[in-house]
Design a protein around this ligand. Structure first.
Ligand code: C2O
Ligand code: CU
Length: 701
């Protein structure tokens, strides 16, 4: 009897033929965040789901220039009613929660319907029976409805909760920023996020490590703007890492520089060149240099403990570099990046290709960064461990090439080629070039896209590079801006953030070069497309899950994160929990790469590949973890293509070495394991790397 009942229950019910978001589910992406169950209105037997799908790129996260999330929507529908009439049918709509904007997505039928885009932070999806499906406005009865996971952020709940458990006085949000010097822990206050209420209990937190002393000894020299150094085969460059004085936005700080410059010298080499760089360590701490993205000889990769011993203070190390690929790369220490790199140890490496067509106009190399400045100066770094081990150290002063008010001049109509590199510890930028500018996306980390494309903004995660040609409007001024949406966790709302990174004066006129309107196709396009086509539907050889484990968190931090785990933004664009983030160190946070096949984690993982193999890897941002966020994952010494994001195949591949894996999202890669040696794979959020989020693999002859 029981057996029969069980069998009957497990049989599909009539119409029960739709697994929820099967493409998403089989990719490993989070159905909780990106699959919406549609509920039928009373009286209807219709059913269905809506998958919030990747917008298809060119970036792994869809976002509009103002920072609003952008999705395609795949509806899977069954048993829709069939309204009568020559123009009658079913129509899908996207609406803001208060229904003050309702956008028509299109006509839907039973089966799979791909629609969109939907550009809203939080929204409802509605399907109505319309007497006239060509009408622009919603009129008919609602049949199915659902809401985005972001809509679960609710204001009052969180706030009431906090008043309840923290007690009236410490629970009240604080606007005032009291001036307090360092307390008995040695730490001063950390800057709050302007305009947001913070819980007193959160702002009272302090990191459980001591503040690191500032570099510099007696009198560090004042840093100078960087030089361009052209190196040819056989040349040797001395690269001296040492303390400098920097003046930023009218204040002077003790920081670090290569050869006394900010950023480090821009190194120009030709593809195929072989040069020598001698690192001289004038720091008070050990260091190395990693040549990010260069497929060089393993011994010179700069990873302490894996490819070389760290260079002690006063020591030196000789790097023999070869450059098999043209493009824009960068270099930085591979020791305490959260501190050494953040204090100024970074520079670009530009590998030119002798046969390449010249840029249409001027070339600008822009290194994007942010710096965390408090009332007392720079917020100190943790001595024993990195601070900000939760979300990474978000800065509050934006830097372009080390300057807080970068200025450029262009002529109206001029096309400028920008080589963009993000060296920030954790911030992902959503960069645009001002009203009326047109942005043509050409290349990324390891070379050109299969096809050039127009973009309205550039999403650039830590360690990524993008190359764009920008045509400026005929008159006016342009601003280099980062526009994103932050989350006010206390009140459960999204808000606008605009950071101006620089201003571009438009002086005089130039005629746009002929052919700017054309989008070129790379000579490698066929090859890249066929690699994606051949592997995108395949099974990954290895799957890594990205998660976090916390131990010994203060009660308020743990409670905040628990509440907050109702929803993870695909990208945490802004640091809006500054106290809790700051006070979390590598002692409390352990960020994890977990090999799903073996259960091994971080440096216990040891993959082996035969040289010359193409390997299908899957990176999945875990949903069931206390805090989920994006991770820019970097593979040393090799290159890869993005095959798909949440199961949606990539239409425009490009060779990369760093990829942004949004929260709850699955990203499939095809790695070209052609460079022998022992290499790292890690998250490029400096504080996550400091909190163990790294592994290694061997490529063997
Ligand atoms: Cu730019 Cu191991 O990193
Ligand atoms: Cu990370």
């Amino acid at each position: 009897m029981h057996l029969v009942l069980w069998a009957a229950l497990s049989l599909p019910l009539a119409g029960d033929t739709l697994p929820d978001c099967p493409r998403l589910a089989s990719s490993g992406g989070s159905t909780d965040l990106y699959c919406i169950e549609l509920a039928a209105a009373p009286g209807y037997g219709a059913r269905g789901s809506a998958e919030l799908s990747w917008d298809g790129g060119p970036f792994t996260v869809g976002v509009s220039p103002d920072g609003t999330a952008r999705w395609r929507v795949r509806f899977r529908l069954d048993s829709l009613p069939r309204p009568r009439g020559p123009r009658a049918g079913m129509v899908a709509w996207a609406a803001s929660p208060a229904m003050n904007t309702v956008t028509r997505l299109g006509v839907v039928r039973d089966g799979t319907n791909d629609l969109g885009p939907v550009t809203l932070d939080r929204f409802l999806l509605l399907i109505s029976a319309e007497p006239d499906t060509t009408a622009p406005e919603w009129r008919g009865p609602m049949v199915l409805r659902g809401e985005s996971a972001s809509n679960r952020l609710r204001p009052a709940d969180n706030f009431q909760f906090f008043l309840g458990f923290t007690g009236q006085s410490s629970g009240m949000p604080e606007h005032a920023h009291h001036h307090v010097g360092p307390d008995s822990t040695g730490w001063g206050p950390v800057p709050m996020f302007p305009g947001l209420d913070m819980l007193g209990a959160e702002m009272a937190l302090r990191p459980g490590v001591s503040p690191a002393p500032w570099p510099g000894g007696m009198d560090p020299p004042s840093a100078r703007p960087h030089e361009t150094v052209t190196l040819r085969t056989g040349d040797t460059l001395d690269l001296v890492a040492g303390p400098v004085l920097r003046s930023i936005a009218g204040r002077t700080y003790r920081m670090l520089g290569f050869n006394g410059q900010y950023p480090g010298p821009l190194l120009r080499v030709e593809r195929g060149a072989e040069v020598v760089v001698r690192l001289v360590n004038h720091l008070e701490a050990p260091t190395t240099v990693h040549w990010h993205g260069i497929r060089l000889e393993n011994a010179f990769d700069g990873v302490p403990g894996l490819t070389q011993p760290a260079v002690p203070p006063g020591g030196s190390f000789v790097y023999r570099l070869r450059f098999p690929d043209a493009g824009i790369f960068w270099y930085h220490p591979h020791v305490r990046e959260d501190q050494q790199q953040d204090l100024g140890l970074y520079g670009n490496l530009f590998v030119t290709s002798p046969g390449a067509p010249p840029a249409p106009g001027r070339e600008e190399f822009l290194i994007l960064d942010d710096l965390l400045v408090g009332e007392e100066g720079l917020v100190p770094y943790g001595a024993e461990q990195a601070t900000h081990a939760a979300m990474g150290r978000f800065g509050n002063v934006m830097l372009v090439n080390g300057e807080s008010s970068w200025r450029g001049t262009v002529r109206g109509g001029e096309v400028v080629r920008f080589y963009l590199t993000n060296v920030a510890n954790t911030r992902t930028f959503n960069l645009s070039f001002g009203e009326g500018s047109r942005i043509k996306l050409l290349a990324s980390d390891q070379g050109p896209y299969a096809r050039e494309s127009w973009v309205s903004s550039v999403v650039i995660a830590p360690a990524e590079r993008y190359v764009v040609d920008v045509a400026f409007p005929a008159r006016g001024a342009a601003a280099l801006v980062n526009r994103v949406r932050g989350i006010d966790h206390l009140y459960g709302r999204f808000f606008n953030v605009t950071d101006t990174l620089g201003t571009i004066a438009i002086a005089g006129r130039a005629s746009p070069p002929a052919g700017f309107d054309r989008l070129a196709t790379s000579s490698e396009a066929r090859q890249l497309d066929s690699l994606v086509a051949a592997h995108a539907g395949g099974t990954p050889e290895h799957t890594l899950e990205l998660r976090v484990a916390f131990t010994g968190l203060p009660f308020v931090s743990e409670a905040l994160m628990r509440l907050d785990s109702i929803y993870f933004n695909p990208v945490e664009w802004e640091g809006t929990m500054p106290g809790m983030n700051w006070a979390t160190t590598g002692r409390e946070a352990r960020w994890i790469l977990r090999d799903l096949a073996t259960g091994r984690e971080n440096m216990d993982i040891h993959w082996r590949f035969r040289r010359g193999t193409l390997t299908h890897l899957r990176l999945v941002g875990a949903r069931n973890t206390l805090h989920g966020m994006q991770h820019p994952i970097h593979l040393h010494g090799q290159r890869f293509l993005v095959l798909s994001v949440n199961g949606v195949p990539n239409r425009n591949p490009v060779w990369k070495d760093t990829v942004l894996v949004p929260a709850g999202t699955s990203v499939d890669l095809l790695a070209d394991m052609s460079n022998p040696g022992s290499w790292m794979l890690h998250c490029h959020i400096a504080e996550h790397l400091e909190s163990a989020m790294m592994m290694h693999f061997d490529v063997e002859e």
